[in-house]
Design a protein around this ligand. Structure first.
Ligand code: GDP
Ligand code: IMO
Ligand code: MG
Length: 430
């Protein structure tokens, strides 16, 4: 058995796409298990950027199965646009498989995501407005439309009729919005259905058979632990389970079939949207991180909030997801800093907390306890072995491993596939 879960440990945008693409060199299958087009994963190969929102990041390898699992909410328009974009660039998309159990994002989901979040006023989450929350809400309300329903013309017509009648009432009553047109949506989605049909299958059978046959399977998390609906900074979170446990329900794979978990850790911290961020630097340090790292969202273009690495958060992610190795990314972004800080605990009243508290009131009152590190102040992007990293960088990484209790498995020193240092040789199997 050879299965690896890649999960984000912070607030997303850690570089999961890059790590998945790197490890996918060895994998036969890459599986997305949660989230939807709220994700923005950038993969860079030889200076060419590929931006992925719905498609798994194994798409650049011919012959690889790229599975959109049942736990994903599928926006057909986005999937088809991405597939078209890939084909135009000469990428083979024939290995894509879409779960017949996945739920479908509808136009009213996108619309209500935006309207609903705005209506929360000061309490708004700052969602990506891609309809993710409303689509999962319909699933949990047991009125959702699944890919298998979309494949059956009559079932889809019936479900859309019932749902749209209800959504139009809500649109009118809650937001004073004009009703959406049934025929327009029906026609549009029938078009999508025909184009998606060749890729739809029972991905649970496919993925489990591949694992049982000893093939290497990667599970690609979107978002991250601190955005998890239960484990994140609720309510400033997304609507799914990005933690490693999300694989079992989002791909139909039992826990005992998961071999290893790799937690992707950005060498500092960022967050898009609202909510607590204890190590945020609302000052020139934050500005410098944003400028050095070009920290702007892929999906919405919003400037990302920036701050120092929060090892409390990474440790917490490690506990929840059972992380074997950290893949530390964007270490090169810290190349030009004289001093680098790491939060190793939260001072709360007379205590120092080493896990993330549930109450946002308590989080607000926590003061990060920082340790200060000397910067290495040189270009590390050309380095390809751990031993060759400057000793100041190694000190920073070693302390990170100590505080989080997780070993360093990979160090990424640039966005390109080859700008990667592999420290642990046993990530896949053995
Ligand atoms: P994801 O959502 O976790 O996949 O991360 P994003 O793709 O949204 O953001 C990470 C960004 O950092 C992307 O633009 C990557 O190409 C880039 N990236 C990944 N690893 C590294 C690295 O080690 N160094 C630098 N400079 N960029 C990286
Ligand atoms: P990747 O996979 C960073 C954030 C949004 C918002 C909150 C809820 O690229 O790491 P949603 O639209 O999901 O209901 O928004 O979650 N968010 C992300 N932040 N990276 C992401 O994905 C995110 N996906 C959602 O900004 O605060
Ligand atoms: Mg991203």
């Amino acid at each position: 058995m050879s299965t690896v879960v890649i999960t984000g440990t912070q607030w997303g945008d850690e570089g999961k796409g890059k790590i998945v693409d790197y490890l996918a060199q060895q994998a036969e299958t890459v599986v997305r298990f949660q989230g939807g087009s709220n994700a923005g994963h950038t993969v860079m190969v030889n200076g060419e950027a590929y931006k992925l929102r719905q498609l798994p990041s194994g798409i650049l390898y011919e012959g690889t199965h790229n599975v959109i699992g049942n736990g994903v909410v599928v926006d057909p328009e986005v999937v088809l646009q991405e597939m078209e974009g890939m084909e135009k660039r000469g990428i083979d998309v024939s290995g894509i498989r879409i779960s017949d159990r996945a739920h479908v994002v509808m136009p009213y989901h996108r619309l209500m995501d935006g309207l609903g979040d705005e209506q929360k006023g000061a309490g708004k989450v700052g969602t990506t407005k891609r309809g993710i929350g409303p689509c999962y809400m319909d699933r949990d309300d047991r009125i959702g439309i699944r890919i298998c329903d979309l494949m059956e013309k009559e079932t889809f017509a019936e479900k859309l009729k019932v749902n749209l009648a209800r959504k139009n009432k809500e649109l009118q009553a809650l937001y004073g919005h004009e009703p959406l047109d049934y025929d327009k949506i029906f026609g549009e989605y029938q078009g999508y259905a025909e184009r998606l049909r060749p890729y739809v299958c029972d991905t649970i059978v496919l993925v489990n058979e591949e694992i049982d046959a000893g093939r290497k399977v990667l599970f690609e998390g979107a978002q991250a632990t601190m955005l998890d609906i239960d484990y994140g900074t609720y309510p400033y979170v997304t609507a799914s389970h990005p933690i490693s446990g999300g694989v079992t329900v989002g791909a139909g794979v039992p826990p005992k079939k998961i071999d290893k978990v790799v937690g992707v850790v950005k060498a500092y911290c960022t967050r898009v949207g609202e909510g607590p961020f204890p190590t945020e630097q609302l000052n020139e340090i934050g500005e410098k991180i944003r400028n050095e790292g070009h920290e702007y969202g892929v999906v919405t273009g919003r400037p990302r909030r920036t701050g120092w690495l929060d090892a409390v958060v990474v440790r917490y992610a490690g506990v929840i997801s059972g992380i074997d190795y950290m893949a530390i990314t964007r270490l090169d972004i810290l190349d030009n800093f004289e001093e680098i800080k790491m939060c190793v605990g939260y001072k709360y009243k007379d205590e120092v907390l080493t896990s993330v508290p549930a109450s946002l009131k308590i989080v607000e009152q926590c003061e990060p306890v920082y340790e200060t590190f000397k910067g290495w102040q040189c270009d590390i992007t050309g380095i390809r072995s751990y031993a060759d990293l400057p000793s100041a960088a190694k000190k920073y990484l070693e302390r990170m491993a100590e505080v989080t209790g997780i070993k360093v498995g990979i160090v990424s020193v640039g966005p390109n596939r080859d700008e990667t240092i592999v420290v642990a040789q046993d990530i896949f199997g053995k």
